[in-house]
Design a binder for this molecule. Structure first.
Ligand SMILES: Cc1cc2nc3c(=O)[nH]c(=O)nc-3n(C[C@H](O)[C@H](O)[C@H](O)COP(=O)(O)OP(=O)(O)OC[C@H]3O[C@@H](n4cnc5c(N)ncnc54)[C@H](O)[C@@H]3O)c2cc1C
Length: 460
């Protein structure tokens, strides 16, 4: 007979301590990779925990394949605004022929496409060269406070094919994108805005055998072709604003064109596994439909086929941990400075709404300081930093600072601060801001746009 119960008891069990490190980083995306490599280069013993079998996060697992937020668009040229760790990642990708020239997506927005496999290889080399220890296929699931000092995390608990185990650390960096570690460590967080709005997710895909020569001007014409297709009733397309763009290797293109919604048309919640499950199959259904549209209605795609769909749906927004300082819309919109700057951001507000995408430029100088305070949880363990998409930003500001360029800036600063804290046996707040800034500058971080590194961005 089946017994219907809502809960069952799990017996407490002793966990093996399977590893330890000075600095434990959860998540190997733009922020976590940058944090781990930057900390290890300063001499720290670093362990990087990642649930997949490869690094890169959204860049590789969601096949986003284009860096945003690295270049300040100055109309006739563009100059680099994010360097440091990003320089090394870009040059390793470039050495494999996997980096396209920078390209103006729209005024104020210059991006740079990369090859997804070249990124994975570059990430492997970066962690290897820096001496970062890797635990792939490992899911961070819980935090255990230090029994001698409950203001600190003592261990992170991971699950893997080898079972469940605890990993000790002096300092922890949550770069999971979703704030998985911070949310189980007593930190406060928000999901969505006051109306529950979150940005909509997208399943990315790549195509092969696109006839590049036939695609000239596509960025200007694709919008009206999508609108015509929707109006014809022959295609079920979810978004009016789409991006279909070439990859570094000829005849290979990528599409950012799907949008997965819940039953009430809301964005699906990337922290809900049932919604995620449904979203994966729905995203792939939309991929097939959008490719059918491209083949039939857009020049250059008639002989193309789908090369691959992303291993996972791309989630733009989930938990935002509340920090000592929340990056707000005014700071971004007015291009403000701050006393605890760790680098620069410049990507416009890019908000994925139901059926479309809203854009709004960064005002003032056209770029803004990214504050350290957004990575320091306001409440929770004192030895935890939060870097990347889950750091403290209002929903509006997140629409700008969530891009990879800014996530690498946060990662490099988090790794650097963590390494300094371990070296000095200090808390984060005891590390003087000038020391952090000087160390970041010594390692290539820009605090002003680098006009020595000008590029001419190609018009789409
Ligand atoms: C569809 C889409 C298109 C986008 N387009 C662009 C673009 O063109 N250019 C751009 O610059 N930005 C783009 N963005 C934004 C940007 O890619 C992300 O916001 C950014 O990469 C986030 O970096 P992150 O390091 O904070 O998180 P992620 O890249 O998500 O990295 C988090 C890592 O942590 C791992 N992880 C998560 N939870 C756990 C756990 N519990 N245990 C172990 N590992 C865990 C994940 O597997 C992942 O590797 C896009 C985002 C989406 C979703």
């Amino acid at each position: 007979m089946t017994r219907h119960t809502t809960h069952v008891e799990e017996k407490a069990r002793r966990l093996p301590v399977i590893d330890s490190a000075d600095i434990v980083v959860l998540g190997g995306g733009s922020a976590g990779l940058s944090a781990a490599v930057s900390a290890a280069r300063l001499g720290a013993d670093v362990l990087l925990i990642e649930r997949y079998g490869f690094l890169g996060g959204v860049a590789t697992a969601a096949m986003v394949t284009s860096f945003c937020g690295l270049y300040l668009d100055r109309t006739y040229d563009a100059c680099r605004i994010v360097r440091g760790f990003a320089d090394d990642l870009l040059s390793l990708i470039d050495a494999q022929g996997g980096l396209a020239p920078p390209r103006r997506v729209k005024p104020g927005a210059v991006s740079q496409a990369f090859d997804v496999t070249a990124y994975k290889f570059a990430a492997d080399d970066l962690v290897d060269d820096a001496g970062v220890r890797l635990r792939l296929h490992s899911f961070g699931v819980a935090a255990l406070l230090d029994p001698d000092d409950d203001s600190r995390i003592g261990h992170i608990v991971v699950e893997s094919k080898s079972g469940r185990g605890a990993i000790a650390g002096k300092v922890f960096i949550d770069a999971s994108g979703d704030g998985d570690l911070a949310s189980v460590s007593g930190c406060t967080f928000e999901i969505g805005d006051e109306h529950g709005f979150m940005q909509y997710p997208t399943t990315m895909f790549r195509m092969r055998n696109v006839e590049d020569v036939l695609t000239a001007g596509i960025r200007k014409t694709i919008g009206s072709k999508v609108a015509d297709a929707i109006a014809s009733g022959e295609y079920d397309l979810p978004r009016k604003y789409v991006s279909v763009s070439p990859q570094p290797f000829s005849t290979e293109w990528r599409a950012n064109a799907t949008q997965v919604r819940g039953e009430r048309d809301e964005a699906i919640d990337g922290t809900d596994v049932l919604q995620l499950s449904r979203a994966e199959t729905e995203g792939r259904r939309q991929v097939r439909e959008f490719h059918r549209f491209l083949k039939n209605r857009v020049d250059g795609f008639a002989n193309s086929s789908i090369l691959d769909t992303a291993p996972q749906i791309g989630i733009r927004e989930t938990r935002r941990i509340l920090g000592e300082r929340e990056l707000d819309a005014e700071h971004v919109a007015e291009g403000k400075t701050c006393h605890d700057a760790i680098g620069l951001g410049c990507w416009p507000f890019e908000t994925h709404r139901n059926g479309t995408v809203d854009w709004r430029a960064v005002g003032g100088r056209g770029y803004y300081d990214i504050p350290l305070g957004m990575m320091v949880p306001a409440k929770g363990p004192i030895n935890l930093l939060v870097a990347g998409r889950c750091a403290s930003a209002s929903p509006e500001a997140l629409a700008s600072v969530r891009v990879m360029g800014s996530c690498m800036v946060m990662g490099q600063a988090a790794g650097t601060l963590a390494a300094l804290a371990v070296q000095e046996t200090s808390t984060f707040l005891e590390i003087e801001t000038p020391l952090l800034r000087q160390t970041l500058e010594n390692n290539g971080v820009c605090f002003l746009p680098d006009s020595g590194l000008l590029v001419t961005s190609t018009q789409a």
